[in-house]
Design a binder for this molecule. Sequence first.
Ligand code: F6R
Length: 360
Amino acid sequence: EKGGHKHFMAKEIAEQPAVIGDALGHHIQNGQIALPDVDFTKIDRLVMVACGTAFYACLTAKYWFEQLAGIPVEVDIASEFRYREPPIPTGTVALFVSQSGETADTLAALQYCEGRADQILSVVNVPESSIARGSDVVLPIYAGTEIGVASTKAFTCQLVVLVLMALKAAQDKGRMDAETLNGHLTDLRNLPGLMNHALSGNTVMKKLARKLAEATDILFLGRGQMYPLAMEGALKLKEISYIHAEGYASGELKHGPIALVDKKTPIVVMAPSDRLFDKTVSNMQEVMARGGKVLLITDAKGAEEAGDGMWETLIMPEVPDLFAPILYAIPAQLLAYHTAVAKGTDVDQPRNLAKSVTVE
Ligand code: F6R
């Protein structure tokens, strides 16, 4: 049942190119994004609510919805949102993201939006779940059953559905021409191939993981749309390897966390060579000047631009900017996985955690 893998998590990480292919096949038809039940022209404002990894998918999507479709987005953790009881102005659509569709706080947040938001949308993996049943429109992610407690393939499938929504919103709002959109869809169809490539570096991953496994604290840094992924990478690592990890926005480093940097602290920097790359390079130099050990995850161009002095560099295939968080999720997951294996923890059933959090 683990398909030759030692753990469900390993199997589910490896399945990502295939399930993402499925998700794309379901949501793109005849070359068009097929999300017929959502009228994106009517969305003035989007409120996205979720927990844990699904929350980080929402945070990533905020960059997409704002950048591509010009829709202002608020993202909140369900347990905060439900008790804060925020005002929901007219023109607001509420969007809930949940793998299980049964998370108690997310469901309560959805119920709060009933009668307040113009429409309730959900992005779920389980279409017959409570969150799906409470929604006006359900967008399935087609990840297939996820058994490992640490969410992997559900996260990347959530990202794929969310980026398709943002692209469709951009098109419907007249902010993207057909040619640009087609270019993005072609890039998306190429993504499973790039992911296969990213999955192939297991020997290197194991070597890096053995080094990370010796650390007691690890920082993850990312900028722009890679910032939520830095937090997801840290969450994944702490969940299954029990190593303390924090994700920060690269630019926030000097406002506090740099005080933690010493010779023992690995700093994982997730940075494709995008328009903000040189800023990240200066953040890394600040870290290295203080003896910090930088593990840079980037593409070949980024590795060259970053220069010498890295502790380790992991090279990813080049990927169109927009889809970098989806591709870079793979090394984040693999590093967590192999570090946990190196530490001998129970990868599929980490201590104190449940797959579906149906009580608050
Ligand atoms: C992290 C993880 C959790 C879940 C969170 C929300 O690996 O699995 O953080 O993402 O409990 O669960 P769902 O998506 O089922 O609402």
